[in-house]
Design a protein around this ligand. Structure first.
Ligand code: S3P
Length: 427
C-alpha cells in the first residue's frame, strides 16, 4: 500500500509511542518461563510482539489482556508443552533468535519458521553457540530458517561473540538457564542489556561486568509485575522530525532511556539538537523519562564503531538527520545494518538519493554530506518498518510531495505511526 506525504511547516504537541519492542519480547518470554502470573502494563500491540505471544500460546501458556495489563501465566522453566505445529514468527528476528535459545532447553522437538523476509536472515550466529552448548539445532543450508531444534541437555559455555548482538547474547543466556552451571557471554561492545536486567528482576543469578554477562542455570524464576516504557527507537523518528522542522516543539512521554539503547540522545546532542530529558523514573528493571525536543540547527558528526550498537536501529533516521545537517556525517563499522529487515544501507541510500541527498558508502563506512534540501520523490520501504518511518520524516521536510510504497510495514513495531505523526503536523 502507498501513502502520500506532504511537506509540513512543523510538528507540535505531546506524543505517546508504543511500549518498547525489545523489552516486550523479553517480558513475554521471561514471564512465560517464570512461576506464577506476570502482569505487564504497556505491552505493544505490534505484529512482532503478537508473534512471540502466539508462540507461547502454542506451547500451552495462557496470555490474556485485561484493559491495559497483559497477564502471562507462567508454569516455570519446564512448563512449556510441545507445540502441535511449527512455531511461526512472521518477520520477527528477535522472536526467532531468542526462542531458539529457549527451545534449546526443552524436552521436545520443535521447528521455528517465518515469512520470506526472515527466511533470508542469518541464523548461524545462534546455531553455532547453541551447538557448542550440546544442543541439536539445524538451519537450512546451515544458515537460514526454518530452524529445527531437538531440545534436551544444555552444557554451560563461555562464549566470546565477535558481533555485538543482543539477540545472540540473549539466545545463549536463555539456553544457559537450562544448564547446570554458569554460562558466560563476552561481547566486543556491550549490546542492549534488557535480557540480563529482566532475568535479574525475575530472580535469576546474573552477573554483569562491563562487556561480560553470566547467568547461573537450573534455578526457577518468579513472576513479577512491571510497566514497559515507550520505545526509544519509535520515539527517535519524532525527535528527528522536531529537530529538523523550524518552530517545532514536542514532548514524548515515558520513553525507555536504557543507556545501551539511548545512543540517539547522545547523537542528537552531538549534532546540536535541543533535547531535554525530564521526569526520570525506574519502570521495574528499566529506566524511563519524558523527552522534550525543539527545533535546532544541526551539524554533521562522526559516529564511531563502538557507538553503533546503541544506535543500530536508529541509523536510518540518523541518515535523514545527516542529509539535512551542515557538514559531513561519518558512520563507521555499520556492517550489521546489512542484515536487518532489509539491507538498510541499500534501502536508505536508495530513498535518500532519490530525494537528492549525498549518501556514499565506502566499505563499512557511510559518508553523508549536507545540508541538501530534499525534494519529494516516489519512495520504497522495501517492507522494512524503520526504512518506511525514516523516509516519512524525510518526506515531511521535503520541497514537494512524496509517496512511500509499503506503508503497512510500520505495523511491525508501530501500527499507529502515521496517525500519531499526522496528529502533530502543522501545514
Ligand atoms: C534486538 C537486537 C538488535 C536490534 C533488533 C532488536 C533485540 O539486533 O537491531 O531490532 O531485541 O535484541 P541484533 O541483536 O541482531 O543486533
Amino acid at each position: 500500500m502507498k501513502i502520500k506525504i506532504k511537506p509540513v511547516k512543523k510538528i507540535v504537541g505531546e506524543v505517546i509511542v508504543p511500549g518498547d519492542k525489545s523489552i516486550a519480547h523479553r517480558a513475554l518470554m521471561i514471564g512465560a518461563l517464570a512461576m506464577g502470573a506476570t502482569r505487564i502494563k504497556g505491552l505493544p500491540e505490534s505484529d512482532d510482539c503478537n508473534y512471540t505471544a502466539k508462540a507461547f500460546r502454542d506451547m500451552g501458556i495462557n496470555i490474556r489482556r485485561e484493559l491495559d495489563v497483559t497477564i502471562v501465566e507462567g508454569n516455570g522453566l519446564h512448563g512449556l508443552k510441545k507445540p502441535g505445529n511449527p512455531l511461526y514468527v512472521g518477520n520477527s528476528g528477535t522472536s526467532m533468535r531468542l526462542l531458539a535459545g529457549i527451545l534449546a532447553g526443552q524436552s521436545f522437538e520443535s521447528t521455528l519458521t517465518g515469512d520470506t523476509g526472515i527466511s533470508a536472515r542469518p541464523m548461524k550466529r545462534v546455531v553455532e553457540p547453541l551447538n557448542m552448548m550440546g544442543v541439536k539445532i539445524s538451519a537450512k543450508d546451515g544458515e537460514y530458517p526454518p530452524l529445527a531444534i531437538a531440545g534436551g541437555r544444555v552444557r554451560p559455555i563461555a562464549y566470546k561473540n565477535s558481533i555485538a548482538s543482543a539477540q545472540i547474547k540473549s539466545a545463549i543466556l536463555f539456553a544457559g538457564l537450562y544448564s547446570k552451571g554458569t554460562t558466560k557471554v563476552v561481547e566486543p561492545v556491550k549490546s542492549r542489556d534488557h535480557t540480563e536486567r529482566m532475568l535479574k528482576y525475575f530472580g535469576a543469578k546474573v552477573k554483569i561486568e562491563g562487556r561480560c554477562v553470566s547467568v547461573r542455570g537450573d534455578r526457577e524464576l518468579k513472576a513479577r509485575a512491571f510497566e514497559i516504557p515507550g520505545d526509544i527507537s519509535s520515539a527517535g523518528f519524532f525527535m528527528a522530525a522536531a529537530t529538523l522542522l523550524k518552530g517545532s516543539k514536542i514532548k514524548i512521554r515515558n520513553v525507555s532511556i536504557n543507556p545501551t539503547r539511548a545512543g540517539i540522545l547522545k547523537v542528537l546532542s552531538m549534532m546540536g539538537s535541543d533535547v531535554k530529558i525530564v521526569n526520570r523514573k525506574m519502570r521495574g528493571p528499566e529506566p524511563s523519562a519524558d523527552i522534550v525536543v525543539k527545533y535546532s540547527k544541526t551539524r554533521g558528526i562522526t559516529i564511531t564503531k563502538d557507538m553503533v550498537p546503541s544506535v543500530i536501529d536508529e541509523l536510518p533516521i540518523i541518515f535523514v538527520l545527516a542529509s539535512l545537517s551542515k557538514g559531513k556525517t561519518i558512520v563507521e563499522g555499520a556492517r550489521e545494518l546489512r542484515v536487518k529487515e532489509t539491507d538498510r544501507i541499500v534501502s536508505m541510500q536508495n530513498g535518500l538519493k532519490a530525494m537528492g541527498a549525498d549518501f556514499r558508502v565506502e566499505g563499512d563506512r557511510i559518508v553523508i554530506e549536507g545540508p541538501k534540501s530534499l525534494k519529494g520523490a516516489g519512495l520504497k520501504s522495501f517492507g522494512d518498518h524503520r526504512t518506511c518511518m525514516a523516509l516519512a520524516v524525510a518526506a515531511l521536510t521535503a520541497e514537494s510531495d512524496s509517496e512511500i510504497e509499503g506503508m503497512e510495514s510500520v505495523s511491525k513495531s508501530f501500527p499507529a505511526f502515521f496517525e500519531t505523526l499526522f496528529n502533530l503536523t502543522i501545514a
